[in-house]
Design a protein around this ligand. Structure first.
Ligand SMILES: Nc1ncnc2c1ncn2[C@@H]1O[C@H](COP(=O)(O)OP(=O)(O)O)[C@@H](O)[C@H]1O
Ligand SMILES: [Mg+2]
Length: 338
């Protein structure tokens, strides 16, 4: 495995819940991200999947330092960047960029695409000195498959897919090493999604990028991810190589997500049953004790309410397989397979 370019340790982001208008009193906290750890290797794509509200965007914002972590560490090449500010933060930010979900609202309608894509150069003029900017922006348009002559047009003159290309060009402007893509194709037509994903893959090879690719279902990240992490209610419940997650998921939540999407089954096993989860996702302000998934889990037993399952590797993995699962019953498959 290549060295990790990013290492996240026990990351926590709680949003205070306050009451009262004049004297705001904290009455609780939304535990949006609540103890998440993982690594991202150089050149790797890590897919992050989970239902709406499980903390994916919050995780991305904390990694980007757009939101301050409540606790935990974000190591970029071994240095904790989660508490940086000023010039040190600015220097790190250059290397970690984000592509946002909605290309309809994330681009300022009053700016030309040239100004949108070139805006990061205002903050980091060393990347493209003033006289070179127009050319730099045109090169970026070309790189993402848009006509460089469109530089003076406005966002509304482009289709959704083209707008997301503009967002990607902007994300590439500072030549980052890591791009966090937060549901970059969720707002696009299905026919356009594959084109944007293909572009991201092509750019990854060209610029040696490491990606975190956030999505709300497993079918979208399958094609692009080397590893996949599954989140539930602020926690990572399962993470592993592509093959491990799609063929040997051991966490009931992952199994339920897999059963809900038409994923081709490479083992040829027919008749995988659709698992319908009962109930709603509990509130992140008041998550269940023990295993957070237990209130919707068909395997739950008493210990699930009292013991927090650790995200741990089963013992019998061989070769390149890596796979951690936060379920008390996760060892069952490995034991059965041995
Ligand atoms: N600024 C905020 N203040 C309070 N709660 C927030 C804030 N941002 C997000 N949340 C809450 O945190 C939880 C996780 O949200 P989010 O990270 O956006 O999830 P996802 O991207 O997976 O849909 C949700 O319950 C959401 O309502
Ligand atoms: Mg989100």
């Amino acid at each position: 495995m290549a060295e990790p370019i990013l290492e996240v340790r026990d990351l926590v982001k709680h949003y205070p819940l306050t009451q009262g208008v004049l004297f705001k009193k904290q009455v609780g906290a939304v535990k949006a991200v609540d103890g998440v750890s993982f690594t991202l290797a150089k050149g790797e794509t890590l897919g992050i999947v989970g239902e709406s509200g499980c903390g994916k965007s919050t995780l991305a914002k904390v990694l980007m330092n757009l939101e301050r972590a409540t606790a935990g560490q974000v190591l970029y090449k071994g240095e904790d960047i989660s508490r940086l500010s000023g010039a040190a933060l600015k220097a790190v930010r250059r290397n970690i960029q984000m592509v946002f979900q909605d290309p309809y609202t994330s681009l300022n309608p009053r700016m030309t695409v040239g100004d949108i894509i070139g805006e990061p150069f205002e903050i980091h003029p060393e990347v493209a000195p003033k006289g070179d900017r127009r050319k730099a922006v045109q090169d970026l348009l070309d790189v993402v498959g848009l006509n460089p002559e469109y530089i003076n047009r406005y966002p509304h003159q482009f289709s959704g897919g083209q707008r997301q290309r503009i967002g990607i060009a902007r994300g590439l402007a500072l030549k980052p090493e890591i791009i966090i893509c937060d549901e970059p194709v969720s707002a696009l037509d299905v026919s356009v999604q594959a084109q944007v994903i293909n572009l991201l893959e092509q750019l990854q090879g060209e610029f040696e990028l490491s990606y975190m690719f956030i999505a709300h279902d497993l079918s979208i990240v399958r094609h692009i991810s080397d590893r996949v992490g599954v989140m539930y209610l602020g926690r990572m419940v399962e993470i592993g190589t592509d093959a491990e997650i799609y063929e040997h998921a051991t966490h009931p939540y992952t199994q339920a997500l897999l059963s809900a999407v038409p994923v081709p089954d490479p083992t040829g096993r027919e008749g995988r049953e659709r698992i319908i989860l009962s109930g709603d996702i509990p509130s992140p302000a008041n998550p269940p004790s023990g295993c957070r998934f237990r209130t919707r889990c068909w395997k739950a037993e008493e210990r699930c309410a009292t013991e927090v399952p650790l995200l741990a590797a089963p013992t019998l993995l061989t070769g390149d397989a890596r796979h951690d699962s936060a379920c008390h019953f996760a060892a069952e498959r490995e034991v059965a397979a041995a």
